[in-house]
Write a protein that binds this ligand. Structure first.
Ligand SMILES: *Cc1c(COP(=O)(O)O)cnc(C)c1O
Length: 430
């Protein structure tokens, strides 16, 4: 595979950006080698600056549920930007996207658009604190919620811990308000509520944890969180930045039939442009300024071009059979790979839900908590990743990241990829 141009661009980028990138995982550090500089994408394929083509399972880390440059989104963006890209004043497009979402989602009554998932979650936490008048939040080890201070926290040792910062520059004072417990662990949650009665503003969880492997939770655990939150007047916050509009139009809340108090969205909602959102009941949302005293604002919030892209993409998602088709393509793909691994007795398993999948190098039947992932197993992923790149398949460059199937991944393409992945698995696991 030719990489000259990517190598040269990366050398240059290193002069401009820390690590040569504008978001760390892109630097390929966990798989080694040079990041590929992507020139364009169409449908399920991308092409790098050296002209190599790949079937893309990263899909920009989730937003591209229709694949790259889908016609309706491109047309909407083009048409909108012709009339100006930002006004800092209300536009009808914001109403239109909000109506599309709210009239098809019984879990929230009002929402607010922001520009990223991080921003949505950061504000949702502030809202939970403002609404309850409490300071502490409870999060789970292995869930990612963006890079705001209170959430860059990892578990210490023990059942219920205040976290340790997972980033320099985060003051202890923030970390001391964040309780961290293990996923799928009721005892730990119960213990936290015993220790911090009436102090916990919210539990925040990725209902489908998909940023540290795919750690599928028991539905009963999510229900337990709902119950314990209700009992203690704590808000339940579902961070659906990945799962929203992915597991179905109403995300994990709809999939499991569990009603959280606040939901955050990102990724798919913006049709590939930078949009995030948080939503809740009208009562909770009335705490947000200018109605209420929880402040949040944004120069480019509700940006018309981004709104138009979101409207175009979500309109496609609402068409009959959209999610069923994605789901059945994905399960077929995953099933074959699992059968293959089983017959060859490889310590490999694909976990999946909806159109999200994760390649795990394990013999375990379920992996539901961060500490069940063996860091040693990542050496197989590294090998697999390299072999797949050589054969035209692009996975996100980390074994802790999940893959996505988009509408543009046809059954034919997936069948081809299946065979290549099987071949590469045998090489990687020799
Ligand atoms: C991606 C993600 C975020 C952060 O969103 P950004 O747009 O990258 O800031 C937050 N929470 C979850 C669950 C995510 O998957």
């Amino acid at each position: 595979m030719k990489k000259d141009k990517s190598i040269a661009l990366f050398e240059k980028a290193k002069k401009y950006f820390p690590g040569g990138v504008n978001s760390p995982v892109r630097a390929f550090r966990s798989v080694g080698g040079t990041p590929l500089f992507i020139r364009k994408g169409k449908g399920c394929k991308i092409e790098d600056e050296d002209g190599n083509q790949f079937v893309d399972f990263c899909c920009s880390w989730g937003p591209l549920i229709l694949g790259h440059a889908p016609e309706p989104v491109v047309a909407a963006v083009r048409k909108t930007v012709e009339d100006g890209s930002s006004f800092g004043a209300p536009t009808a497009l914001e109403n239109e996207l909000a109506e599309l979402i709210l009239s098809n989602n019984k879990f929230i009554e009002k929402l607010r658009f922001v520009s990223s998932g991080t921003e949505a979650v950061m504000t949702a936490i502030r809202l939970a604190r403002g609404f309850t008048g409490r300071k502490k939040i409870l999060k789970f080890e292995g869930c990612y919620h963006g890079h705001s201070d209170s959430l860059l926290v990892k578990a210490g040792s023990g059942l219920v811990t205040f976290g340790n910062t997972s980033s320099a520059g985060v003051p202890e004072a923030f970390v001391n308000e964040t309780i961290v417990v293990g996923l799928n662990n009721r005892e730990a949650v119960k213990e936290a509520f015993q220790q911090f009665k009436n102090e916990i503003a919210c539990i925040i969880i990725e209902p489908v944890p998909a940023n540290n492997g795919l750690l599928l939770q028991d539905k009963s655990f999510l229900q337990y969180l709902r119950e314990i939150c209700t009992e203690h007047k704590t808000l339940l916050l579902f961070d659906e930045v990945i799962s929203g509009f992915r597991l179905g139009f109403t995300g994990a809340a709809g999939y499991y039939g569990i009603a959280p108090d606040i939901i955050t969205y990102g990724k798919i909602i913006g049709g590939g442009l930078p949009v995030g959102a948080y939503g809740a009941s009208s009562e909770i949302m009335s705490k947000i300024s200018p109605d209420g005293d929880v402040y949040q604002a944004g120069t480019l919030s509700g940006n018309p071009v981004a709104m138009a892209a979101g409207i175009a993409q979500l309109t496609e998602c609402l068409k009959p059979g959209f999610y069923e088709s994605l789901q059945s393509k994905t399960s077929e793909f995953v099933k074959s790979l699992n059968e293959f691994a089983e017959t060859r007795r490889l310590s490999f398993k694909v976990f999946s839900i909806g159109s999200i999948f994760w390649f795990a190098f394990t013999d375990m039947v379920t992996v539901q908590a961060a500490d069940q992932i063996d860091p040693e197993s990542m050496k197989y992923f590294r090998k697999l990743h390299a072999e797949l790149l050589e054969r035209g398949i692009y996975l996100g460059p980390s074994g802790y990241e999940v893959g996505f199937v988009s509408q543009a991944h046809s059954t034919e393409i997936l069948n081809g990829c299946k065979r290549v992945i099987m071949e590469c698995l045998e090489i990687a696991m020799q």
